[in-house]
Design a protein around this ligand. Structure first.
Ligand code: SF4
Ligand code: SF4
Length: 440
């Protein structure tokens, strides 16, 4: 009992100081506070840290938000959220480099010591930040490869801050720590990838790097409060999730972010051996809710987990109010490869060329409203069963297209790991099989 009270008091103390740090950063580098949308507006609050979607009526009552008269964007009837893509992404995931010496067996991008051909440098990424800021993007998530080794990372982060964009970072913690520590306070959130504790880290990643990642977490946490961990959930670490949450609490981290294993990059080869079982997916929500409550820590789950949340049949309005959306690649978020190639999300391949051109992220605005932009990612409304009749479809959008494309060869196929999709295939034996993914 005493330990629990002490844990909650520590958590409250850290959260309060984190709010002060965030508010100070917002005074020093004021972030974008709002953006108009066809349905109304998106507001950004620093405390609590949130993006809030409001309708036109609400937006009209916010002092200083509207230009004189009604904005041109509001001509015509007010659409519901999700009826059409946003005016620009909320967030861009920029893979600044594909250089990384760690060699993780499941690396989503197949990073290597050599990196990708024709990687962009500071000039090009600064230009991309300008394009994203002009479009109205709120956040960038910087990753790699290992971006912490880039000598110009601090300059890019300052540039993003100067343009009202909050930069967040994911790092392995295995390399570049000396460069990262002096600039750590310029980021919003920094998350270290930690896919298990001790031996489990090695089972998931293919080498023993836990002690180094742990040392990086301690060093970063000594500099900054908003340090978290990213955990790619696999068959091997699922049973350890509670212990991972306990570890995060013990290290006084601000969040645990859980990512589903994606078959992209080297992860495509490792997918069969690492993906979670169907039973684990069905147990995912109660498992993480219990762990988050027990260890009093904030948990975030990535977009690809929406089918596993929907399986427990929460009210769709509750999910919408909590801003739980599924596959919003090419809409709420975009990605960019190390040479600037635009993608719908960081796990997806670049979309088909339009007019012979593959878009780059610094030309986002020219591509965004093109009729076939982002291909199947934008065609989610034309769903097959059982997504078409699913009450969560408008939120989930058919599950993870990267998994669908890998397993079925069709980006637009229902997510083959969704429990409802699995049940549908079992209960409708005459439904045309679309793949041969064994249920494990
Ligand atoms: S394909 Fe969709 S659900 Fe999967 S990671 Fe990308 S945006 Fe998220
Ligand atoms: S059936 Fe389709 S829309 Fe419904 S939860 Fe599953 S993947 Fe999402």
């Amino acid at each position: 009992m005493f330990a629990r009270v002490r844990q909650l008091a520590t958590r409250t103390f850290d959260a309060s100081l984190a709010i002060i740090e965030r508010a100070r950063a917002a005074r020093r580098y004021p972030p974008r506070t709002a953006r108009l949308e066809r349905f109304g507006a998106i507001l950004q609050t620093v405390v609590p840290r949130a993006l809030v979607f409001v309708d036109r009526d609400y937006a009209r009552r916010i002092p200083g938000l509207l230009p004189a008269g009604e904005p041109a964007l509001w001509r015509g009837d007010e659409p519901a959220l999700g009826e059409a893509p946003l005016s620009a992404p909320l967030e861009a995931h920029l893979q600044l480099t594909n250089k990384c010496t760690a060699g993780c067996q499941g690396c989503y991008t197949g990073a290597s010591a050599e990196g990708a051909p024709n990687e962009w440098g500071l000039v090009e990424w600064s230009r991309a930040i300008d394009a994203l800021a002009d479009a109205g993007v709120f956040h960038v998530a910087l990753g790699g490869g290992e971006s912490a080794v880039l000598p110009w990372l601090g300059e890019l982060v300052d540039h993003a801050r100067g343009r009202g964009i909050i930069p967040n970072l994911t790092t392995s913690g295995l390399d570049g720590l000396d460069r990262l520590l002096p600039i750590a306070d310029r980021f919003g959130q920094i998350n270290v990838s930690l896919d298990g504790l001790n031996d489990t880290y090695a089972a998931v990643r293919g080498f023993d790097g836990f002690a180094r990642a742990d040392a990086a977490i301690r060093a970063l946490r000594a500099k900054k409060r908003e340090i978290g961990i990213n955990v790619v959930v696999t068959r091997h670490n699922f049973e350890e999730l509670d212990a991972i949450f306990a570890y995060a609490t013990e290290r006084r981290l601000s969040e645990v972010e859980l990512l589903r294993f994606k078959p992209s990059g080297r992860g495509a080869r490792a997918y069969e051996g690492l993906r979670c079982t169907d039973a684990q997916h069905r147990a995912f929500l109660p498992t993480i809710l219990a762990a988050a409550k027990r260890h009093a820590i904030r948990v975030k789950v990535d977009c690809s987990y929406t089918p596993m949340l929907a399986h427990h049949r929460p009210a769709p309005t509750l999910l919408a109010d909590l801003a739980v959306y599924g596959c919003t690649g090419g809409d709420f978020l975009v990605g960019a490869k190390p040479g600037g190639q635009l993608t719908a999300c960081s796990f997806a391949a670049p979309p088909p060329a339009l007019d012979g051109h593959r878009p780059k992220v610094d030309a986002l605005a020219a591509y965004w409203d093109a009729p076939e932009a982002f291909g199947a990612f934008r065609r989610w409304r034309a769903a097959q069963e059982p997504c078409a009749s699913c009450e969560y479809h408008a939120l989930c959008r058919g599950g993870c297209k990267v998994v669908s494309a890998h397993v079925t060869g069709d980006l637009g196929a229902p997510d083959p790991e969704c429990p409802r999709v699995i049940d549908h295939r079992r209960d409708a034996p005459d439904a045309k099989p679309r793949h041969h993914l064994p249920v494990i």
